[in-house]
Write a protein that binds this ligand. Structure first.
Ligand code: ADP
Length: 789
């Protein structure tokens, strides 16, 4: 803590100092031996300098005037002639200004070092000499003194005064203090020694006795104790000499001068030591702090820091080293640096590095072994540190980059091995920075020719312009390519036409993504492309083929329509003449046009039969055409399948007149309702029954069965016979138009082959299915399944 000399308002202090200066002047002259022309003791020199030193420079003009007045006053009060007093005051004030200005300029307000003390010694001597010259000249001219002796006495008196008093106001910041009791002991011893020396008759050699004790104070107790003791010493020496005691008691100007020089030497003995010790302690404290700071930094650093001697012996490691390697400080310290941390095969190399001082500092990448037998990849930096004793230490720091290296290896590998994918990197402006092997092969560019060129140069400008227009960018620019990526959305994929330097274009599907740094600032773009030339061409071909197919189908459908139209027109047109033919023939066969001979009757019968067949064919064709043209159906209503079977069975009754067939229907008690058109359903069942009658020889049986399954919501209607059956391999074709089985054709049983396709069309239009099972020579069963209403 620093105590400033300002317990009272500064002006009071200044006034007190001025008063003290004046009083010291009066006393100084008073106690001076009156045989002498000027005072041999001149404390005002020190007090005056102290006054200026303690106060701000803007006060100086007033202080200088006041000090001059004090000096003048003291001389005048003591009865000196005014002119002489004025000259003396002038000499004094000149000295005071010189000391204060030079000390402020050269040293500042505080004495902090031995060098400062040296300057103080020189400045105060020079200024004292200036005063001495002035005083000696005045004394010689106006007061009858001798120039030479006066010069000597005054210079030494002033010098001692400044050297003893001024340091009182220039205490350094550093403070050294011993225990109070010890200071008291030292002060008493010093006082005792001084009393012994200056209280007795003078033996000059004894004058040196107090000096070791002042030196003790300088070394042990610091500046403040020393300066105070010096002031006390000065008072004591002065007083003793005055009363003719002590080594300088001779009452001559020369002895006074000696006493004053003695005082200067007293100051030289104590004060520089105090300053030096203070400086040393400050430096030591700074060094201690520095060391603590450094240790704290090293201890808390997350970077492993190791210090090794010149021969490689580890001297210290920090906790981060343990964290990285798993070796504790005790395991590492005192052993060669490489023993634990480096693989044995590299020991020789590392040991050599340690011996090559001139290679330091160095940095690089290396591998460090860990306690668990693993390895870490590190970047290291090492520097040589030359100690004060000229030995060299090495400071080695390491940073673990294992994770970064591993992932970058992976990436490099990925980048190299991606030969079927083209990867291009660009900077934010679009100039290519990265080309992988896949890009070289697929896009037919080399790394050298592509690097540094704009990606735009390789793309079809028309497409870029087109994309630019979509985005509202007028000139085709790189931003048209990366607009999607810039918006921060997921990577976008688009087709582009690639124009490699060899001129053979290809179609690529390219995905664009933005690459950003850790702070999310864009550092470039990544383009991943696939060659889709073949794929796109195939897609195009497929598309064209489909188009053609569609056209052909349309054409066929039109043809089919035309055919159906034709068939129905022809059938229609055939029906009228056929009806007329049949009517006319009936006139013959009924004998209305006269009796026919047996031959004629036979012919008429043949004509009638064939005309009937033709009419049946025409009717069937008409019916089928009506179905296949998908004419709108009559609205479906609820139909009981039992009624359908009843009606169909009755309608085939005429066919049975000349036949011996057992025809029966098995129907449930309850109604089996489906949604449908009763007329069409009857027609379908009649067709099946007609076939059964036709293809079942006499003695056989025909059974129609109606059933239902309420749970699955279906109704079944089957027509089974015990007839000739259908050959196995032809079963699949029975529902095709104009199909007639081989056995039927062989037996020349008549038919058109249209009946079953009509049945199947009717069932389909009722959202039902029809199935057939047959065994040749055993019989056939047709089963219709319809959804229940
Ligand atoms: P059509 O009876 O006028 O020949 P269909 O379409 O009704 O025409 O029948 C096609 C063919 O299916 C018949 O010629 C016959 O060969 C065979 N077929 C149909 N029903 C039976 C059946 N119940 N038993 C044996 N064969 C049959």
């Amino acid at each position: 803590m620093e105590r400033r000399v300002r317990p009272l308002p500064a002006a009071y202090g200044a006034a007190a100092l001025l008063a003290a200066t004046f009083a010291a002047g009066v006393i100084g002259i008073e106690i001076t031996d009156h045989t002498q022309a000027t005072a041999s003791w001149w404390p005002p020199a020190g007090l005056g300098a102290l006054t200026l030193m303690l106060y701000p420079r803007r006060w100086w003009p007033y202080l200088v005037v006041a000090l001059t007045a004090a000096y003048l006053g003291a001389n005048v009060v003591q009865g000196r002639p005014v002119d002489a007093a004025a000259w003396l005051a002038l000499a004094d004030i000149a000295e005071t200004i010189l000391v204060a200005s030079l000390v402020r300029y050269r040293i500042g307000r505080r004495l902090t070092s031995v060098a400062d003390f040296g300057w103080l010694l020189g400045i105060s001597f020079g200024a004292a000499a200036v005063a001495g010259l002035g005083v000696a000249a005045t004394s010689a001219r106006l007061l009858g003194g001798d120039f030479g002796p006066t010069l000597g006495a005054t210079t030494s008196a002033h010098w001692a005064s400044v050297m003893v008093i001024l340091p009182l106001g220039m205490a350094p910041r550093h403070r050294t203090r011993g225990p109070a009791w010890l200071i008291a002991v030292q002060a008493l011893v010093l006082l005792g020694a001084s009393l012994v020396v200056f209280g007795s008759e003078g033996v000059l050699a004894r004058a040196f006795l107090p000096l070791p004790f002042l030196i003790w104070a300088g070394v042990s107790f610091g500046y403040r104790v020393v300066v105070i003791e010096q002031v006390v010493m000065a008072a004591l020496v002065t007083a003793a000499t005055l009363v003719d005691k002590g080594p300088f008691a001779a009452h001559t100007e020369a002895s006074n001068q000696l006493a004053q020089l003695y005082l200067v030497s007293v100051v030289i003995a104590g004060l520089p030591l105090a300053l030096a010790v203070g400086e040393l302690q400050l430096a030591a404290a700074a060094a201690r702090n520095e060391k603590r700071r450094t240790e704290a930094i090293i201890e808390s650093s997350t970077t492993p820091i190791m210090v090794a001697a010149a021969d490689g012996t580890m001297l210290s490691t920090n906790p981060a080293t343990t964290a990285l390697t798993g070796f504790t400080a005790t395991e590492l310290i005192g052993r060669p640096f490489w023993e634990k941390l480096v693989a044995p095969e590299d020991w020789g190399y590392i040991r050599r590095r340690f011996s090559e001082y001139d290679k330091f500092p160095e940095h690089g990448e290396g591998i460090m072994r860990t306690a668990s037998g693993g390895e870490r990849i590190v970047t290291f930096a090492s520097g040589a540190l030359v100690n004060p004793d000229d030995s060299t230490n090495y400071v080695i720091t390491a940073n673990d980059i294992t994770a970064e290296r591993t992932s970058s290896r992976f990436l490099q590998h990925l980048f190299r091995s991606a030969t079927t994918v083209a990867i291009l990197g660009t900077d934010p402006s679009g100039s290519i920075t990265l080309v992988n092997a896949g890009a070289e092969g697929m896009l037919r560019i080399t790394q050298d020719e592509a690097t540094g060129r704009s990606l735009l140069e390789f793309l079809d400008p028309g497409e870029v312009e087109e994309r630019g227009r979509e985005l509202g960018v007028m000139t085709p620019s790189f931003s048209a390519l990366v607009a999607d990526a810039d918006l921060g959305s997921a990577p976008q994929t688009r087709d582009w036409t690639w124009r490699p330097p060899d001129g053979v274009e290809l179609r690529i599907s390219m995905t664009t993504s933005l690459v950003a740094d850790a702070r999310n600032r864009p550092i470039g773009y990544l383009f991943v492309a696939r060659d889709v030339t073949e794929t796109r061409r195939n897609q195009e071909l497929l598309h064209q083929a489909l188009e053609r197919e569609r056209a052909a189908v349309g054409h066929l459908r039109a043809l089919d329509h035309a055919k159906d139209d034709f068939v129905s027109t022809v059938s229609h047109e055939l029906r009228t003449p056929l009806t007329s033919i049949i009517g006319s023939i009936e006139l013959f066969s009924d004998g209305l046009l006269g009796d026919l001979s047996p031959d004629q009757a036979h012919l008429v019968e043949v004509i009638e039969r064939n005309a009937e067949r033709l009419l049946a064919l025409a009717n069937d064709l008409l019916l089928l055409a009506a179905y296949e043209n998908a004419t709108p159906q009559a609205p479906f209503v609820q139909v009981d399948l039992r009624d359908v079977v009843q009606a169909s069975t009755s309608s085939i009754m005429p066919l049975l007149t000349s036949r011996d067939l057992d025809v029966r229907a098995v129907v449930p008690e309850v109604a089996v309702r489906v949604l449908g058109d009763a007329g069409y359903l009857e027609r379908a069942v009649t067709n099946l029954l007609t076939n059964a009658v036709k293809f079942t020889p006499d003695g056989g049986a025909i059974t129609t069965t109606v059933g239902f399954d309420a749970e699955s919501g279906i109704a079944t209607l089957s027509v089974a016979d015990t007839g000739i059956g259908i050959p196995d391999q032809e079963l699949a074709e029975v529902f095709q138009r104009f199909f007639r089985s081989s056995n039927v054709r062989a037996d020349a049983i008549q038919g058109t082959g249209l009946g079953l396709s009509i049945v199947s069309s009717i069932v389909e239009s009722h959202r039902g299915t029809i199935d057939v099972a047959s065994e040749q020579g055993e019989g056939t069963i047709f089963t219709i399944v319809l959804p229940l209403a």
